[in-house]
Design a protein. Structure first.
Length: 255
């Protein structure tokens, strides 16, 4: 049921026949409706958190996990389309990792979003990247800093929500989701997505540390091979020395 504040409420209804007509058919019911919104939202949050945790437990990268994370969060919270943006350090922008749309929602906006990149402060993802905090927009069609406004109008989108993913103190990704109506901030959604962002951030931080460890191991292995060459090869030959020291310079290029 839609509440006057714009949010949705879940009710558990129990009804019993109260009065029957002369033909024996039920003419009136006596029933009671119990608001179970709090319980329903708690179950929803647990299901999403478990789903995201399961995806991240087997994923090898954020690119690998993105489709299922977007579908899990978007489907559970009632948004119609969304995307995941990761920081591209080489270019200094947020680049699209993947997009999602509800099966009954046209894919045009999600497909158009894939062509975009955002600098710090640009568009909804760029603003969240710059500020490091979540942002809620009541109606993106009236937002002056929304480069995808034309595509949003064509798709009939209204409210939008974006939240950052931190690895340590650094924002490494942003997720955004969109609805077809104007919405006020929903604390239950905010709480859920903060938890999801924490899960993704922990995954990103762990993968970065694993990649760094793998890189250092590879460099140390290269140093060991160079050491063997210095022992086994004729180092009086200038070309041999140049080759060996070229590999040594490469191996010592630790960041």
């Amino acid at each position: 049921m839609r509440h006057r504040d714009g949010g949705w409420r879940w009710f558990l209804s129990r009804d019993v026949p109260y009065r029957r007509g002369a033909d024996g058919r039920v003419a009136q019911l006596l029933g009671i409706a119990t608001d179970i919104t709090t319980r329903r939202l708690a179950e929803q949050r647990l299901a999403v958190q478990h789903g995201v945790a399961s995806v991240l437990a087997t994923a090898t990268s954020l690119d690998d996990a993105a489709p299922q994370i977007l579908a899990s969060v978007g489907g559970a919270t009632g948004w119609r389309t969304g995307g995941l943006w990761a920081v591209d350090r080489a270019r200094g922008v947020l680049a699209c990792v993947d997009t999602w749309h509800h099966p009954r929602f046209p894919p045009a906006f999600a497909l158009a979003s894939r062509a975009y990149t955002f600098a710090r402060g640009q568009g909804l993802p760029g603003r969240v990247w710059e500020s490091g905090v979540a942002a809620w927009v009541d109606d993106v069609q009236g937002d002056a800093n929304f480069p995808r406004a034309e595509a949003a109008r064509a798709a009939g989108l209204g409210a939008a929500f974006a939240f950052p993913v931190h690895a340590g103190s650094e924002v490494v990704a942003v997720l955004d989701f969109f609805a077809t109506d104007a919405r006020e901030p929903d604390q239950s959604v905010l709480t859920l997505l903060e938890t999801v962002a924490l899960q993704i951030g922990q995954f990103a931080d762990r993968r970065a540390r694993e990649a760094e460890a793998d890189d250092r191991s590879a460099r140390l292995a290269l140093l060991a091979r160079i050491g063997q060459q210095l022992v086994l090869r004729d180092t009086s030959d200038r070309s041999v020395l140049e080759s060996v020291f070229g590999e040594l310079a490469q191996a010592l290029d630790f960041e």
